[in-house]
Design a protein around this ligand. Sequence first.
Ligand code: NAP
Length: 262
Amino acid sequence: MEKPLEGKVGVVTGVANHRSIAFGIAKAWHEAGAKLIFSYQGERLKDSVIKLVRQHFGEDTAVCELDVASDESIENFCGFVATQTDRVDMLLHAIAFAPKAAGTLEGHFTDIPREAFSLSLEISAYSLIALARGISPLMTAGGSITALTYHASRQVVPNYNLMAVSKAALESCTRYLAYDLGRREAPIRVNCISAGPVQTLAARGVSGFTSMFKVYEEKAPLQRSCTLEELGAMATYLASDGGACVTGQCLYADGGYSIMAM
Ligand code: NAP
């Protein structure tokens, strides 16, 4: 069977466990023939992430710490990637965080404190710019950067509050990076996938998250959200020749929920 990413190298951020969207996409990229390099966020997840990725992607899989809240950590991670490969074809950004504080993921939007706002925007959106800056010099023409977003960036989803604003910033960063990196000598594409709800660690931080599946079953044209396998297939399309002229886009993978007005 043809492997669309044979010979390609991908950098995967955001794996926390086997339910992570990043894990689903990494599986698809791996099955499509890519060699992968992973990050883990900190000591808390170090052992479990290393065990998980080596079990699924090979004992020699490269893994390095990355805390996008720290410039030093980003620099160190990008330096590590450069020691592992002389070319990168794909970068997956699957990182988001909003601190627990008044109004951030429930309650009144007006209560969001300045520090929480800055931290969420920094980790969830600025990190895409910083990683693109660090990894793009290793990328070849046709390289592909993919980030994960959610529809609350465009329409109000109660309780998404600060994460919704962070996703709006991430989507805008995607477009400006697409313009900047697309006009370089070795053009790189930048897109995001707007996924419907998926049961993950990060998602459980949003108040009332589990009730969203019922809403998608009732209202989405396909009467459901999306699976990790489907997100993996979409990210593989974006990274492959099929996505060669696609950049700056936000592609929805949500069972069609976002087209509904009622
Ligand atoms: P997840 O498994 O919890 O992944 C989120 C990842 O972000 C974790 O690996 C987390 O590490 C990492 N992270 C947080 N702060 C970080 C930092 N400072 N530096 C480096 N990594 C950091 O949840 P997920 O749902 O798969 O999330 C992946 C992406 O998909 C996120 O951008 C999310 O907003 C987006 N998304 C999710 C859904 C959904 O319904 N699940 C829908 C649409 C879009 P720790 O666990 O160590 O904090």
